[in-house]
Design a protein around this ligand. Structure first.
Ligand code: AMP
Length: 219
């Protein structure tokens, strides 16, 4: 299977779609946000700096994220492709990633863009709850995504949390950052002829159906 880069505004359903693909195709799901959230809990200057940035919707440095990613994609489980969620986040990361792939002899794969309206994404953010242990994502405002037991992860029984950056104010900053810094990536990858768009406004099942269709076409 080709590697897949998921690009979307926050709360468009990247993480949920990545988890579905991971289970279905047995490919690792690499979420740079999850990796950073883990590092943010470390009692060190770096941990505190990452924590501050994540809480305020500010990007960590390209250098840090590129080093993290380079280490991760060299692990054996990435030999047959992987799903990237949250990386690259700007054109300079995408350029560095091209160089990295060349050095490591890996293929770029395809880019799937999940399109979503700003208003719908902002509504989803308010209800999003995440499992800090297994990273499963729920939504208390969506009957298909509500946990079976209030506040508890269906998969591993851990207490669910609301991400500190999932509030309306930080969301607007994150959305604007997406438009300014991340959406130019779509043109970058369009020029390489690897971009496929799917509609993220209709919910996770519809998103997944469209992604499956794309994967069927590019196999
Ligand atoms: P996410 O879980 O993808 O929404 O990411 C949460 C936060 O982690 C972002 O708002 C950034 O602060 C940081 N982050 C995640 N991925 C990257 C990246 N590729 N480059 C810089 N910062 C990132």
């Amino acid at each position: 299977m080709k590697s897949i880069i998921l690009i979307a505004a926050p709360a468009a359903g990247k993480g949920t779609e990545a988890a579905k693909l991971k289970d279905e195709y047995n490919m690792p799901h690499i979420s740079t946000g999850d990796i950073l959230r883990e590092k943010a809990s470390e009692d060190s200057d770096l941990g505190r700096d990452i924590n501050y940035k994540i809480s305020n919707g500010i990007f960590v440095s390209d250098e840090l994220i590129i080093n993290i990613l380079k280490e991760r994609i060299q692990k054996e489980d990435c030999n047959n492709g992987y799903i990237l969620d949250g990386f690259p986040r700007n054109v300079s990361q995408a350029e560095a990633y091209q160089t990295m792939l060349q050095e490591l002899g890996k293929d770029l794969g395809i880019v799937i863009v999940i399109d979503i309206d700003k208003k719908i994404a902002a509504q989803r953010i308010a209800g999003r709850r995440s499992c800090p242990n297994c990273k499963a994502v729920y939504n208390i405002n969506n009957e298909n995504l509500i946990p079976k037991v209030d506040g508890i992860c269906d998969k591993c029984g851990t207490k669910l949390v609301q991400r500190e950056d999932d509030n309306e104010e930080t969301y607007l900053d994150r959305y604007n950052t997406y438009i300014e810094k991340t959406s130019p990536l779509i043109d970058f990858y369009d020029r390489l002829g690897v971009v496929y768009h799917v509609d993220g406004n209709q919910g996770m099942d519809y998103t997944h159906e469209q992604v499956e269709k794309v994967l069927g076409e590019v196999k």
